[in-house]
Design a protein around this ligand. Structure first.
Ligand code: OFO
Length: 188
């Protein structure tokens, strides 16, 4: 059974994951507006992943006997000046989220809640991956500089990214969904 303090902290993190999804969707819209479809695709897949992070935590709160609570999500930034600025933002954001997850682990430890501490390990691993992948794209965009053909090549490469649900996660666990109603495919 989740303590009140743990429930509140997890609900706060569900909100942060939804905000992350919103932020990356805003970045995707920005890249669409400057006709960089590959960059837009990368951000859209990232927005999907953040939505899954939120839902996985929402499901945990519910299954551990807590009450999920939907909090207000603030509007994210609307525009960026370049791919480098956007990816610097992604990297900084992911580092900040890592700090939030570590703080949640701290609460789980202080509440002597081993189950939640174990559950959060998945998020810690995910953050290592996300810091790493955003840093990689940030360095790639820095290396491109003002070389237009290199920018186009980077755009093509980022256009290859595909969304995948994490192993064992069911976005719609309550009965089979009719064909075509899942968000499993975000093809261009
Ligand atoms: Fe949810 O991992 Fe990024 O923020």
């Amino acid at each position: 059974m989740l303590s009140e303090k743990m429930t509140e902290a997890l609900n706060g993190q569900v909100n942060r994951e939804l905000y992350s999804s919103y932020l990356y969707l805003s970045m995707s819209a920005y890249f669409e507006s400057v006709k960089m479809k590959g960059f837009a695709n990368w951000m859209r897949v990232q927005a999907g992943e953040e939505l899954v992070h939120a839902m996985k935590m929402y499901d945990y709160v519910t299954s551990a006997g807590g009450r999920a609570r939907m909090l207000a999500i603030e509007a994210p930034q609307f525009a960026w000046t370049s791919p480098v600025e956007a990816f610097q933002h992604v990297y900084n954001h992911e580092r900040a989220v890592t700090g939030l997850i570590k703080a949640l682990v701290g609460i789980a430890i202080s509440e002597k809640d081993k189950a939640t501490e174990n559950f959060l390990q998945w998020y810690l691993d995910e953050q290592v991956e996300e810091e790493d992948s955003s840093d990689m794209v940030l360095n790639k965009t820095k290396a491109v500089g003002s070389d237009l053909s290199a920018l186009k090549a980077a755009d093509n490469e980022l256009g290859q990214r595909r969304f995948r649900f994490p192993r064992g996660f069911d976005m719609f666990p309550y009965g089979a969904q009719p064909e075509g109603t899942t968000i499993g495919s975000l093809k261009k």
